[in-house]
Structures are given as C-alpha cells and as structure tokens.
Design a protein around this ligand. Sequence first.
Ligand SMILES: [Zn+2]
Ligand SMILES: [Zn+2]
Length: 118
Amino acid sequence: MKCSNCSKEILSDSEFCMYCGKKIAVSDDVRHVKLNNIIFTIVIIILIFCCILLDYKYTQAKHENDFFDKSAGIVIDDKTKYYHTYNCEVFQNTKKGYWIYNVEAAKDEGYKPCPKCH
Ligand SMILES: [Zn+2]
Ligand SMILES: [Zn+2]
C-alpha cells in the first residue's frame, strides 16, 4: 500500500505513514473486517466459557450421583432398619432421614436394603 501523501510504500494495516506521518484513511472494508474479527473472537470466547461451565456442571452432577450411589439413606427411629436410595419415597417422606457415608457402613450397623428401593 502506498501513502496518499508521500507515495512511499507503507505497511497495509498502519494507521499513520511512517515517513510523513499522515493519517491513513482506513477504508470501510478494513473496518468491517476488523469489527468482524472482534465479534468472532468474542463469540469464540463465550463459546469456550460455556463449554467450561457445562463441563463443570456435568462433573459436579456426576460427583453428586457418585455420592448418592455409594451412600445409604437412613431414617432415625425407623424400627425396620432399612437403608434407602436417594429417590426412595420412604426416605423422601421422612424428616428424620440422614446420610451415612457408604452402604458398607450401613450394613455393618445392621441395616438391610429397603425392599421398596432395592
Ligand atoms: Zn507518507
Ligand atoms: Zn427405600
């Protein structure tokens, strides 16, 4: 690209002529390309951010599922001595339910699997 003032060869994306210092008029095309590049970059960043967020939520949900799979729901004062899964109606309907950290521990305490959820 040539400077319109001094006609010397200058870099095509320069804002000022490096020889005479004249401001180079940036054509609308160049502006458009620059704007599109900025928008494109922002969209990519948002997409990457969404991916990270989704992956994080997925990982968290998976961790929660692992927790509930390995854990046993116990109902205090429950004479039946059953342990439950998270979705069991018996466990969902009680206010005295709590989680024991794993099924093996529940078995050691003499709990048996609830016939409704196991
Ligand atoms: Zn110039
Ligand atoms: Zn149950």
